[in-house]
Design a protein. Structure first.
Length: 198
């Protein structure tokens, strides 16, 4: 299998980072890396571009590191509360996964964390408080407090008792629109020349 040397212009998982010089299969480079603009062929002219790529990579990594450090400081002070439906024994219907945590962080705190950076040894299946490791950057690791609460217990405690007079309401008052809709229909007119038999 023919190999060719390329210079990566973007990070490619399992291959390398921006400005890395790597050997790959010629078909992989020709059919995937070059059309997606993830790499350029290693030529004399492109070697001169290598310095500009390295500078851009260094600036991006510095920016990413400072952004992730700031994010980790904010997240370490938070407690993420996730409410889930539970059975009577306190066991969750479903489970809390890295994807659930990422979605709730975005929804509650407008913090974007990729789910692959949230490290759960296994999905959370019980109520309680947990500490979840976030690997935001190769040099930035923080811990997020996650509390899983039950929606069923919260719903039961927030329900106000309904007075007896309201419980025995007639079915008509529950769905007022249905009966009115029947009365609003136009009545059929008899066809001319036919008589109705009664």
């Amino acid at each position: 299998m023919a190999k060719t040397e390329v210079i990566l212009t973007h990070n490619v998982v399992g291959l390398g980072g921006e400005s890395d010089q790597v050997k790959v299969a010629a078909g992989y480079a020709r059919n995937y890396l070059f059309p997606q603009r993830l790499a350029i062929p290693l030529t004399g002219a492109n070697k001169r571009r290598l310095e500009a790529l390295r500078k851009r990579r260094s600036e991006r990594e510095t920016h990413d590191l400072s952004a992730m450090t700031e994010l980790s400081q904010g997240l370490s002070k938070l407690t993420l509360v996730i409410t889930m439906k539970t059975g009577e024994d306190g066991k969750l219907f479903g489970s809390v996964t890295a994807g659930t945590i990422a979605d709730e962080l975005k929804h509650q705190f407008e913090a974007t964390v990729e789910k692959r950076k949230i490290h759960l040894p296994q999905p959370i299946k019980k109520l309680g408080e947990y500490e979840v490791e976030l690997r935001l950057h190769s040099e930035v690791v923080t811990t997020l407090k996650v509390r899983v609460d039950s929606t069923t217990s919260a719903a039961k405690s927030s329900e106000a008792p309904v007075p007896e007079s309201r419980r025995s309401a007639s079915p008509k008052s529950e769905a007022p629109g249905k009966e009115d809709a029947k009365n609003d229909r136009p009545q059929r007119k008899p066809r001319p020349g036919k008589t109705e038999t009664t």
